[in-house]
Design a protein around this ligand. Structure first.
Ligand SMILES: [Zn+2]
Ligand SMILES: [Zn+2]
Length: 355
């Protein structure tokens, strides 16, 4: 008799359904996970949830999407069965899943950057079944073991959002020498703030949403700035003795914030773009060239970085799940959960924890 489970689907045009589907069987090199946490991400909304029904099957960012694919690209769970050829994982292992299944053979995949795989690759939750279900099948090599003292919530958050915040903070080389300015206090920006502070920087966070600024304050950041009430550049200059931030990242994707970032960074400073979509107008000579700015584009992270982040959370006891997961939902309430998320009614990371 076939065993059934619940899975969450996006038919398009801001709709969400929970349906009964077959529990999958792991194939060669694959494991079956019983889900314990599955994160909701802004890219779920922008790239699949909000897409009109008639366009729902079209490729997005070069990735084929299919409304019959189970959603969720921030999975964490327990291995309950292993397929043939699985060599490292065993039943009972706690894991999080890196959300891109690369070819495993190209130069980028071999260095852990599945995200920029140059061959055929799949993305869990977009064109391969993801974690918004009671069970999922993942390739063994996409799984990273969770240290015993790291929660499934934190594991799911690390699988995309927090990994992205960590990666850009590492690539900017943040240290105790820095005044680190972060535009956008969503889950990615807030996690970057937590890691920047942990790495010793004085962190400033900019957002219009006071609930998000409250979360930044709970992290103990040095300064929060609300552009609706304050002049961002004045605040940054007054906090840095008129020098400007030594490093900054835009996680907001807001065109004005993106440009303002360069006006708040000091000469010889570093800046990064992480927030996706929209555009920006930059006056390249005065804002970037004449000020000797190093500019980084940072897209997600690599599997070694995911391991490094989980080890850091474990050894240093970073309260990622405790402080930055704001909303926990039951899988059966997925339609309501995504409605609230899309309406901007949630502040930090949203995670399914009850399957
Ligand atoms: Zn994501
Ligand atoms: Zn590859």
């Amino acid at each position: 008799m076939t065993k059934l489970m619940k899975g969450v689907f996006f038919p398009g045009s801001m709709t969400c359904t929970v349906e009964d589907v077959e529990v999958p069987t792991p194939g060669m090199g694959e494991v079956l996970l019983e889900m314990r946490a599955s994160g909701m991400c802004g890219s779920d909304l922008e790239y699949i949830y909000k897409v009109p029904k008639e366009k729902r099957g079209q490729p997005i960012l070069g990735v084929a999407t299919d409304p019959s694919t189970i959603t969720g690209h921030e999975p964490a769970g327990v291995v309950t069965a292993v397929g043939p050829g699985v060599r490292h994982l065993k039943v009972g292992d706690r894991v999080a899943v890196y959300h891109i299944n690369g070819c495993g053979f190209c130069k980028d995949c071999r260095s852990g950057w599945h995200i920029t795989c140059t061959e055929v690759h799949e993305t869990y939750g977009f064109d391969r079944h993801g974690g918004n279900a009671q069970f999922m099948v993942a390739d063994e090599r996409d799984c990273v073991i969770l240290p015993n003292n790291v929660s499934f919530d934190a594991g799911a958050f690390v699988a995309c959002g927090a990994g992205t915040g960590f990666s850009v903070t590492r690539r900017l080389g943040i240290s105790g020498m820095d005044d680190y300015l972060i535009f956008g206090a969503g889950p990615v920006g807030l996690s970057a703030a937590m890691f920047g502070k942990h790495m010793g920087a004085r962190v400033m966070v900019v957002d219009m949403n006071e609930t998000r600024l409250d979360m930044a304050r709970a992290l103990g950041v040095a300064r929060t700035i609300n552009p609706a009430k304050q002049d961002v550049r004045d605040e940054v200059l007054s906090f840095t003795n008129g020098v400007g931030a030594s490093a900054a990242v835009d996680c907001s994707a807001n065109p004005r914030a993106r440009s303002m970032m360069f006006d708040c960074v000091k000469t010889w400073g570093r800046a990064a773009f992480v927030g996706e979509g929209h555009d920006v107008h930059l006056d390249v000579s005065p804002q970037i060239i004449h000020r000797q700015i190093t500019l980084i584009g940072s897209w997600v992270y690599s599997t070694p970085m995911m391991m490094e982040l989980l080890e850091t959370i474990s050894r240093h006891g970073l309260p990622l799940g405790e402080l930055l997961v704001s909303d926990r939902f039951s899988l059966k309430d997925a339609p309501k959960a995504f409605e609230r998320f899309a309406a901007g009614e949630t502040a930090g990371k949203c995670v399914f924890v009850d399957f």
